[in-house]
Design a protein around this ligand. Structure first.
Ligand code: SF4
Length: 281
């Protein structure tokens, strides 16, 4: 793909992942997208956030990738599902952008995080960007649902310093209802990361009435604790900041009336993880 595609000239300004962004790749031929995905020479990004303190250690530059095969009922970024909603960015431009922040990221003990969407939908781009980041001495993290973890070789996994792995529920049937996909590949990826002693933080979204079943949580906690490589568990309270996106996109939103969890419920959930000896917050 040509690095001069006119659409790649749009500025990479920092934007919030909570902005609704659609059709940023309008006009990019399908063949070019296919080639970009295979080569990793170009990625499709929903937005960039600078200065994040909640997407890995220290202060992070976060690139939100477009494209996700899952359909989580509580997804707050459904505009990232479609890769065409992402802005095409060449690997050269993304690397250049990263270079601008490298000193600051190091000083603030931070790094680069790829989130989404599902970053491993663009696994070649992710590997190239992480390789470039590590070459600049920048810490790398990926936030993933793990479903496509098999796409990364063991060698490529070494380009990632930390995996922020989302686990949604333990029950396979419930997982299908919640996400539209099987839980197996995520758990296989978790086991593989454990075998390689890779640093992992688990992210768990707490949705009242949907993911707050005590037995389910206890089973997740037991599994995670048994892995031996999980440094912390982050219990993320469900919120409604993405509700308007579902409406704007015309997608049926089933969690319209669900309230965020109370502090007490979040603390209770953390307690179940701590009971297995895990660090949870
Ligand atoms: S895996 Fe993440 S981006 Fe994909 S649907 Fe679920 S919450 Fe949304």
């Amino acid at each position: 793909m040509s690095a001069e595609h006119p659409l790649t000239a749009s500025p990479l300004e920092g934007r919030s992942p909570f902005d609704l962004r659609v059709n940023q790749s309008r006009g990019v031929p399908e063949s070019a997208i296919k080639q970009a995905l295979e080569s990793g020479d170009m990625g499709f990004l929903h937005s960039f956030t600078t200065g994040s303190t909640v997407d890995g250690p220290g202060v992070r530059l976060v690139a939100w990738t477009a494209g996700c095969q899952w359909r989580c009922l509580y997804c707050h970024n459904p505009d990232t599902w479609n890769m065409m909603n992402g802005m095409p960015v060449t690997i050269e431009r993304a690397t250049e952008e990263l270079r601008k922040y490298r000193h600051g990221l190091k000083v603030m003990s931070g790094g680069l995080t790829l989130s989404g969407g599902e970053p491993l939908m663009q696994d070649r781009f992710a590997v190239k960007l992480f390789t470039a980041a590590q070459a600049m001495g920048i810490h790398t993290a990926v936030e993933t649902n793990g479903f496509l973890g098999e796409r990364l070789s063991d060698e490529e996994l070494e380009k990632i310093d930390l995996v922020l792995l989302g686990i949604k529920t333990w029950d396979p049937e419930k997982h299908r209802k919640l996400t539209g996909k099987d839980i197996g590949p995520t758990l296989d990826f978790a086991r593989r990361l454990a075998a390689r002693k890779k640093s992992v933080w688990i992210r768990f979204v707490l949705v009242p009435g949907l993911t707050d079943d005590a037995l389910d949580l206890a089973q997740i906690a037991k599994f995670i604790a048994g892995l031996g490589n999980v440094e912390r568990v982050e219990v993320l309270p469900f919120h409604q900041m993405g509700r308007y996106k579902w409406k704007e996109l015309g997608i049926d939103y089933k969690l319209e009336d669900i309230e965020p969890p109370t502090n007490a419920l979040a603390e209770w959930a953390c307690g179940l993880f701590r009971a297995e000896g895990l660090k949870a917050n």
